[in-house]
Design a protein around this ligand. Structure first.
Ligand code: ZN
Length: 444
């Protein structure tokens, strides 16, 4: 869940000199040698400043075979006057870039692509790029989010056609700029905003499917997803993969007991935190179970813990966890301009007090079932924190941290099918006990 871990697997430091920069050479050739090869004389410019029609987003990529374009390589060149990103693709795609403040980020949106980077380059920290990540944002759309260490101006993406054994290369330059200029230029493009609103509306419509009479509805919420990987295990197990696998097993176990199950995500895609809560509320779910895995600088810390919403009081550890988990939308470059701060003090009314009591009761039941099935966090495994995904006033909600990916033994067992199966069945049984062991019926 920590920000640092989204850079998992990035291991190569790129520090190419401008003179060794093939893109720079191609560009120089283009400017100085009129007789240069035709491939270098017609450099199409992706229309970053002339976006596609409203609501369209990036144009679909793809090739004759219908497969998504493949990102073959990426490179970061850190020069005195600019930081240059070069992404090599199998097919041309239409990219769009925009910037966001607080924290300062560059977002590169594109149609869904398949990332095949063996050793993605890592910034040195000396240039404008602090870190970056990439992956699916929503189905059909991929996104790269670049965290900045200083305000920049972003060039229009430049597309260089295949040459010298390279595929299509997209060049994006980041030039240092003034803070005031950056702040003025930053913000979500209006048409992308509209697309996101449409996506949310669509989800809400799906959620409005009638619930079968007399059956309890459980929402399973695998954390993170897409370009938000969550925590990275000592064994390279990614939190987003673990919680999706565990969520699917839990769904199966609950369905077997007669529950109606809805998953906030059932693939490796990103879902904003408020949307997860909105789906659970729309469904009038009887319980929402968010699945995560924790990470700690102390690799000895291990065991499962369960979080419920706090009522304003929060210990330091819980506050730190909430900060990490609530980062998800920032990590993925979501538009937060209309959202309330997830960590703002939550006004709790009587109805919510009742919801919180139910959440806590389920947390206690689940912990008692899980004792002996997996290691439980030694110190107070039931905790309270201001987690953005737990704020539904009318849906009892818990967030289960399945274990510590930073702990060797936890990470190893969470990577086994046997452990996942056992824990999923135990949580399902705890749900059934919580609702009176009534085979998912609504009357206790
Ligand atoms: Zn998490």
């Amino acid at each position: 869940m920590a920000i640092a871990v989204v850079l998992a697997g990035l291991s190569l430091v790129a520090a190419a000199q401008p003179a060794d920069d093939p893109i720079a050479r191609v560009l120089r050739q283009d400017q100085t040698a009129p007789g240069a090869p035709p491939s270098a004389t017609h450099l199409p410019v992706a229309p970053a400043k002339a976006p596609p029609p409203k609501g369209a987003g990036p144009s679909p990529g793809g090739n004759a075979g219908g497969n998504p374009p493949v990102v073959l390589s990426a490179r970061i060149g850190e020069h005195d006057d600019r930081t240059r990103f070069v992404i090599e693709l199998s097919d041309p795609v239409n990219l769009r870039t925009f910037t966001l403040t607080n924290p300062d980020r560059v977002v590169v949106d594109m149609p869904e692509v398949s990332w095949r980077l063996n050793a993605p380059p890592r910034p040195s920290g000396l240039g404008s790029v602090k870190s970056y990540r990439y992956g699916v944002f929503r189905k059909g759309y991929s996104r790269m989010v670049i965290d900045l260490s200083r305000p920049v101006t972003v060039s229009d993406p430049l597309v260089i056609p295949p040459a010298n054994g390279f595929g299509y290369r997209v060049v994006i330059d980041l030039f240092p700029t003034q803070r005031t200029k950056f702040n003025t230029e930053a913000g979500w493009p209006a048409d992308l905003k509209a697309r996101e609103t449409d996506a949310e509306r669509l989800r809400a419509m799906i959620a409005e499917a009638p619930r079968p009479a007399g059956r309890r509805v459980i929402v399973i919420d695998p954390g993170h997803g897409g370009l938000d990987s969550g925590a990275n295990g000592v064994n390279d197990l990614l939190e987003k993969d673990l919680v999706l696998a565990e969520g699917l097993k839990l769904a199966k176990a609950l369905k077997a007991l007669g529950y109606v199950v809805h998953m906030t995500r059932d693939s490796d895609a990103f879902v904003p935190l408020p949307e997860r809560v909105a789906v659970a509320r729309k469904l009038k779910a009887d319980l929402m179970i968010s699945l995560h895995a924790d990470s700690n600088p102390d690799s000895d810390v291990n065991g499962l813990s369960i979080y419920t919403l706090n009522d304003g009081r929060s210990d330091r550890e819980a506050a730190a966890l909430a900060k990490r988990e609530n980062q998800s939308d920032i990590i993925a470059g979501v538009d937060l301009s209309n959202a309330n701060s997830p960590v703002a003090p939550i006004l709790i009314d009587l109805a919510q007090r009742d919801t919180m009591n139910r959440s806590s009761r389920f947390a206690e039941t689940a912990l008692s079932h899980l004792h002996g099935v997996t290691d439980i966090l030694a110190r107070s495994p039931h905790r309270a924190a201001s987690l953005a995904v737990l704020v539904a006033p009318d849906v009892p909600s818990v967030l289960i941290e399945l274990g510590y990916l930073s702990n060797r033994s936890d990470a190893a067992q969470m990577n086994t099918d046997a452990w996942r199966e056992r824990v999923a069945r135990t949580i399902a049984n705890a749900v059934d006990r919580h609702f009176g062991g009534n085979l998912a019926g609504t009357t206790p």
